[in-house]
Design a binder for this molecule. Sequence first.
Ligand code: NAD
Length: 165
Amino acid sequence: MTILVTGGAGFIGSNFVLDWLAQSSEPVINLDKLTYAGNLENLASLQGNPNHIFVQGDLGDRELVDRLQAEHRPRAVLNFAAESHVDRSIHGPEDFIQTNILGTFRLLESVRAYWSALSADDKATFRFLHVSTDEVYGTLSKEDPPFAEDHRYEPNSPYSASKAA
Ligand SMILES: NC(=O)c1ccc[n+]([C@@H]2O[C@H](COP(=O)([O-])OP(=O)(O)OC[C@H]3O[C@@H](n4cnc5c(N)ncnc54)[C@H](O)[C@@H]3O)[C@@H](O)[C@H]2O)c1
């Protein structure tokens, strides 16, 4: 058994990978493009750990993701990879459209193709976890009740709009 994690050199993804491997012997394929936000230093303590397989690449690279799934047969995909900084999205939204919308779409399509060829049992237990953000619901003031998942979408930056997409 294996899991495929994207964005595992970033802030949240690297903490997930460290935590996972501290608790489990199930290998992690860690696919990360290493943009300005990715940092292998976050994973330095995993050097030499055979259960951490790092691959530098783009979540929207269909050929690469197809190949990683065929080779490692993951039972779950966890998508942490994203352009994630609101201010950068206001100054230059294009990377946000590329990664958060198109890249995520291509990842979903690749995983759907892989999932479609699984046995009925493996299909039933397979999971795709997409990490979103509360910012798709807009902004809360101090007095507001917390957002719930059925709250109306109200993204108000290119970042949150791309995550909503
Ligand atoms: N940090 C927060 O406060 C917060 C809050 C809510 C939701 N989120 C979401 O959680 C997830 C992780 O956030 P984070 O703070 O760890 O982000 P981060 O910016 O620290 O890390 C993102 C990682 O994704 C990688 N990446 C970027 N584009 C890629 C691509 N095209 N292909 C492969 N890898 C790519 C980067 O190299 C980096 O390692 C994101 O989806 C983000 O939207 C973050």
